[in-house]
Design a binder for this molecule. Structure first.
Ligand code: CDP
Ligand code: CDP
Length: 224
C-alpha cells in the first residue's frame, strides 16, 4: 500500500490553492483542510458577536467557545460554525476585509495551529494556507508554493463573482488582494513565506489542470 503523506500548499490570495488542493485530495482520496476557512470562520463569529477584532484575548476566548467543522460535500466543502452553515457568508466582503487583522494575533494562531495539526495527524491530508509548509506542518513530505501576478489573481476573483451573479469591481479586488498580501506577509507571527524546501509554481499563465499535473508528478515521486 502507498504511504499516506501530508501535502502543504501555500501562497497568496487567489493563487489557486483551494481549487488545486481539492483536486489533489480527490485524486488521492485524501482529506482537504482549508485553514483560511478556519480564520474566516472566527472572523465571522467576531463580527456577528460584536467582538473587537483588535482585542486578542477577547478573540481567543471567542475561539475557545467556537467549534469549526470542515465537511466535504459534492460542491466542495461546507464550513460549520457551532453547527451553523457559514460556507457562503465567510467569503463575503465584511469577513474578507477583516480576516487578516484577526489572523495576525499570535494567540489566535497558536490555537488554530493546534487544531490544524490535530486534523492532520496520521497523514493523508492536503492542507492549504499561508504558513503550512513553514510552521503548521514543517515535516510535510510535499510542499508547494503557488503564486501569480496580482492582476491575474484579481481577474480570477472577478470571473468567479460574475459567474455567481455577484457585483464585482476589478480595481477594488486588486486593491483588496494587494492589501491582504501585505498584511499577511508583514505580520510578525508565521507570515506568508515560501518554505526553503517548497517547490514554487507560478500559475499566472497555467491552467488548473496543468498545475494539478505538476503537483501530482511531485507527489508520485514521493509516494512511489
Ligand atoms: O481564499 P483566499 O486566498 O482569499 O483566503 P483564505 O485562504 O481563505 O485565507 C483568508 C485569510 O486567512 C488570509 O488572508 C490570511 O490572513 C489568513 N490565513 C492565515 O493567516 N494563515 C493560514 N494558514 C490561512 C489563512
Ligand atoms: O485558494 P486561493 O485563494 O489561492 O484560490 P482559489 O480560491 O482556488 O481561486 C482561484 C481561482 O482561479 C479559481 O476560480 C480557479 O478556477 C482559478 N484558477 C486557478 O485556480 N488556477 C489556475 N492555474 C488558473 C485559474
Amino acid at each position: 500500500m502507498k504511504r499516506r503523506i501530508s501535502i502543504a500548499i501555500d501562497g497568496p490570495a487567489a493563487a489557486g490553492k483551494s481549487t488545486v488542493a481539492k483536486r489533489i485530495a480527490e485524486r488521492l482520496s485524501y482529506v482537504y483542510i482549508d485553514t483560511g476557512a478556519m480564520y474566516r470562520a472566527l472572523t465571522y463569529r467576531a463580527l456577528a458577536c460584536g467582538v473587537d477584532i483588535h482585542d486578542e484575548q477577547a478573540l481567543l476566548s471567542l475561539l475557545r467557545d467556537t467549534s469549526i467543522e470542515l465537511k466535504p460535500s459534492p460542491h466542495g466543502q461546507i464550513v460549520l460554525v457551532n453547527g451553523d452553515d457559514v460556507t457562503d457568508i465567510i467569503r463575503g466582503e465584511a469577513v474578507t476585509n477583516a480576516v487578516s487583522l484577526v489572523a495576525k494575533h499570535p494567540l489566535v494562531r497558536e490555537e488554530m495551529v493546534a487544531r490544524q495539526r490535530a486534523l492532520a495527524e496520521g497523514g493523508g491530508v492536503v492542507m492549504d494556507g499561508r504558513d503550512i509548509g513553514t510552521h503548521v506542518l514543517p515535516n510535510a513530505e510535499v510542499k508547494i508554493f503557488l503564486k501569480a501576478s496580482v492582476e491575474e489573481r484579481a481577474r480570477r476573483r472577478h470571473e468567479e463573482n460574475l459567474a455567481r451573479g455577484f457585483p464585482s469591481d476589478l480595481e477594488k479586488l486588486k486593491e483588496e488582494i494587494a492589501r491582504r498580501d501585505r498584511l499577511d506577509s508583514e505580520r510578525e507571527t508565521a507570515p506568508l513565506r515560501k518554505a526553503p524546501d517548497a517547490v514554487e509554481i507560478d500559475t499566472t499563465s497555467l491552467s488548473v489542470e496543468e498545475v494539478v499535473e505538476r503537483i501530482m508528478e511531485i507527489v508520485n515521486e514521493r509516494i512511489g
